[in-house]
Design a protein around this ligand. Structure first.
Ligand code: MN
Length: 754
């Protein structure tokens, strides 16, 4: 956030104080999930005063006094996550150590060691972020490094990451004043890391908002389109929900249970996802909303009452048995509890009904945080503590670098879990999809290494057997057994994978000893230095390491007797014998290429980082085929110069979240006259061969566009066509889509993202 020194005015001081009072009023009010005592009240006031004072000379990019940000973050912590006084103090102070003269020691002196630790965690996270922007030295992925830090602090105190979520949420809500390329980068990081993390922590409401806010930035048009359509059909939905509920009311009243019913539409992002995955139009999605029946009963009676309500609902509306999900009896591993069913409502429409208690609703909306006990010994079966244990396990794996770690994390910890047992009956939790061999490695590295046979529920299974809930496993080991390359295909957890890899490296090293000795003898004979020349040799054969070189020689796949044909010795060093044609260094080839390319007719004119892009070697990415008018960005590849992607490219999130520093701003120059490739997916009702003719006729004659390719696939009265077109710009493309949609027998036309 930019800091400009304009003193806070008196009016602003009033506004700031109003925000603070709103925070305190909430905490004292009936909606607060926590209670505060006099000490808490005093600490929060002190934190507020310290923050106001410390940030007094700073403003946000939007121009408002900086301190409004920490106050807003504290409000989110209280109102939307249900965190207690310590967290609110820390939220108020989350930026003071990083951005102002206040020291960590002062925070500890005033607010105690716990608060100090949390603020320190938040400071470290922020510090890293700020440094990333200035980074010019090469780090494989600063974002991934950073994420590893996020999680290391998370295991110390989960509140660090919960406050970080609130911080990110407020920044996302107020992203409007940031330049576009920063918005994209922040959105990518949010959807790549923060939104799955929010999901994992059971913060559904925040996760949903993250997704919608990200989509608004990366797929603005699609977002606005769905938003408008939802608005237009709002009244219709309200009426439908009324008709759905009406016949239930009497039976529900008879039970004497306090309840409320809501019928909310699903999030824009989830509707969009459905449109994409099911390849249907908005109008064809029937479950745009879910009905929620929330009962107010003591915890003891929750389960019984939920099933009672289920019975009432299904007496009136016919249920679809496969859609019944009972997370009341067995909650999800992130703490989610609810009873879901889908029934056939009025007009034959499918309607999802969620039945839960007020307590369950609170957990579903705000996550487990408000129910999480921070002080003293926590409950062993607590959802957070089980999950935190597995986070710790991944963090302990020192072998993996940050990118691998991030991938491990995404595959292992964001997934649902599978619960299995040791022979003694101890519970082990592994990610869904984990295998019997993963289980062996999760018990102990040596058990994994020497595993020869695995029994599940007393029956022998292959090592790659996918674990099922409730499986009890028994492992047989043998000292002579060792991992092979093949084992890598039978595991999914990062822990097992990295252990197998390191065992194989060790094995390679062992087997390569004879290769190393052969080189030593050869070099001694040639009277040249070992260290220097072994590198030259490894490089020549394009091997990753010396160990690979030793191994290849030991396996006789590389012969040292070839050496004399390739190298001569000059000044104690191996030197390549020149080949007949003068060797061209790879680098010169790369430099020549762009100059040639520059003159190729048809390269669109771009502005890169605000300057004419002539001097850059750039080309349009084929994964998303940008068209003049699309939102775009440039990505610096390792070997192929800059690639221009659409901001909505399916790979964009991954690139921006992992390699944000390689992203450059790119814009279309207004005078480009090139053709662009656009791929369309056309679906419709098959009415024989006529459809192809009608489509191609319409495209080439009526719209005057060139078709590059056209594939069509029909199946039981339904067809799917893939058309690749050449268009001049996005307007032309949109016009084509609108026109094709109007044709008879066509149900939908969408531009493909890849
Ligand atoms: Mn902040």
């Amino acid at each position: 956030m930019q800091k400009v020194v304009i003193a806070v005015s008196d009016e602003e001081k009033v506004l700031i104080h109003k925000d603070y009072e709103q925070l305190v009023n909430f905490l004292e009010g009936p909606k607060s999930k926590i209670s505060i005592d006099d000490t808490d009240r005093e600490q929060i006031r002190m934190a507020y005063e310290l923050a106001v004072d410390a940030h007094s000379k700073q403003r946000r990019k939007s121009g408002e006094p900086y301190v409004m940000h920490p106050i807003a973050v504290a409000q989110i912590c209280a109102e939307e996550i249900g965190l207690g006084a310590t967290a609110i103090v820390c939220a108020l102070l989350h930026d003071v150590v990083e951005d102002t003269d206040v020291t960590l020691k002062e925070v500890i002196d005033q607010f105690g060691p716990r608060a100090g630790k949390i603020v320190d965690g938040l400071t470290k996270l922020d510090g890293l972020y700020n440094k990333i922007d200035e980074q010019d030295t090469y780090i494989a992925s600063p974002q991934a490094e950073n994420f590893k830090k996020v999680l290391s602090t998370l295991v110390e105190d989960v509140r660090v990451v919960l406050i970080k979520m609130a911080d990110r949420l407020h920044n996302m809500r107020t992203l409007g004043s940031m330049p576009r390329h920063k918005q994209l980068k922040i959105a990518a990081e949010t959807s790549y890391i923060y939104s799955p993390l929010a999901h994992r922590l059971g913060l559904y409401k925040i996760k949903t908002e993250f997704e919608d806010l990200c989509m608004k930035i990366t797929h603005t048009e699609a977002y606005q389109d769905i938003e408008a359509k939802l608005k237009a059909t709002d009244q219709e939905r309200i009426t439908y929900v009324k008709n759905f509920i009406a016949p239930l009311q009497d039976s529900l009243k008879e039970t004497g249970i306090d309840y409320r019913i809501t019928g909310r539409s699903k999030s824009i992002y989830s509707i969009w996802n459905k449109i994409k995955t099911k390849k249907v139009a908005f109008e064809e999605i029937y479950d745009l909303f879910a009905i929620r029946i929330i009962v107010d009963v003591p915890k003891k009676k929750e389960k019984q009452v939920c099933w009672q309500v289920y019975s009432i609902v299904t007496d009136v509306h016919t249920p679809i048995p496969e859609r019944l999900k009972d997370w009341v009896t067995t909650p999800k591993s992130n703490g989610y509890e609810s009873l879901h069913t889908t029934v056939i409502g009025p007009g034959g429409r499918y309607v999802e009904v969620q039945i839960r208690s007020e307590r369950m609703d609170e957990i579903a909306e705000c996550g487990y945080a408000a129910h999480w006990k921070y002080k003293g010994v926590s409950n062993q079966q607590n959802v957070y503590s089980i999950w935190l244990d597995s986070v710790r396990e991944i963090l302990d794996n020192e072998d993996s670098d940050a990118i691998e770690f991030l991938n491990d994390f995404k595959t292992n910890l964001f997934k649902e879990e599978v619960y299995v047992y040791t022979p003694k009956g101890d519970l082990k939790i592994l990610p869904k999809g984990a295998t019997a061999l993963d289980f062996a490695f999760s018990i102990h590295t040596d058990i994994g290494y020497h595993c020869t046979a695995i029994k599940v529920n007393n029956k022998l299974v292959p090592m790659g057997y996918k674990l099922q809930n409730g499986d009890q496993l028994h492992i047989t080991t043998n000292k002579n057994q060792k991992p092979t390359e093949n084992w890598l295909k039978m595991v999914v957890t990062g822990r097992a994978r990295s252990k197998i890899r390191s065992a194989m490296r060790e094995e390679k090293r062992r087997q390569g000893i004879t290769g190393k000795e052969a080189i030593e003898r050869k070099f001694q004979h040639l009277k040249i230095d070992f260290e220097e020349n072994v590198e030259i040799l490894a490089k020549y054969y394009r091997l990753k390491s010396r160990i690979d070189l030793y191994f290849e020689i030991a396996k006789e796949r590389i012969s040292l007797s070839d050496l004399k044909n390739i190298f001569t010795v000059e000044g104690g060093k191996l030197v390549r014998i020149p080949e007949e044609e003068p060797a061209v260094e790879p680098q010169t080839i790369q430099e020549v290429k762009p100059r040639k390319k520059k003159n190729i007719k048809g390269r669109p004119q771009l502005l890169i980082a605000g300057e004419p892009g002539d001097s850059y070697n750039y080309s349009l990415a084929t994964c998303c085929n940008p068209v003049l008018g699309d939102g775009i960005f440039a990505y610096l590849t390792a070997t192929a110069g800059l690639k221009i992607h659409r901001t909505s490219c399916p790979n964009a999130t991954h690139m921006m979240a992992n390699y944000g520093y390689r992203i450059m701003k790119a814009e279309w120059a207004s005078t480009t006259n090139t053709s662009f490739i656009a791929n369309l997916l056309i679906t419709g009702v098959d009415d024989g061969p006529g459809v192809i003719e009608r489509l191609s006729n319409n495209i080439s004659t009526k719209l005057g566009l060139n078709i590059r390719s056209f594939y069509i696939d029909g199946n039981e009265g339904y067809f799917e066509g893939r058309v690749s077109l050449l268009v001049a710009n996005k307007d032309q493309l949109n016009l084509a889509i609108i026109n094709l949609k109007k044709l008879d027998g066509i149900s939908n036309v969408v531009r493909l993202e890849d």
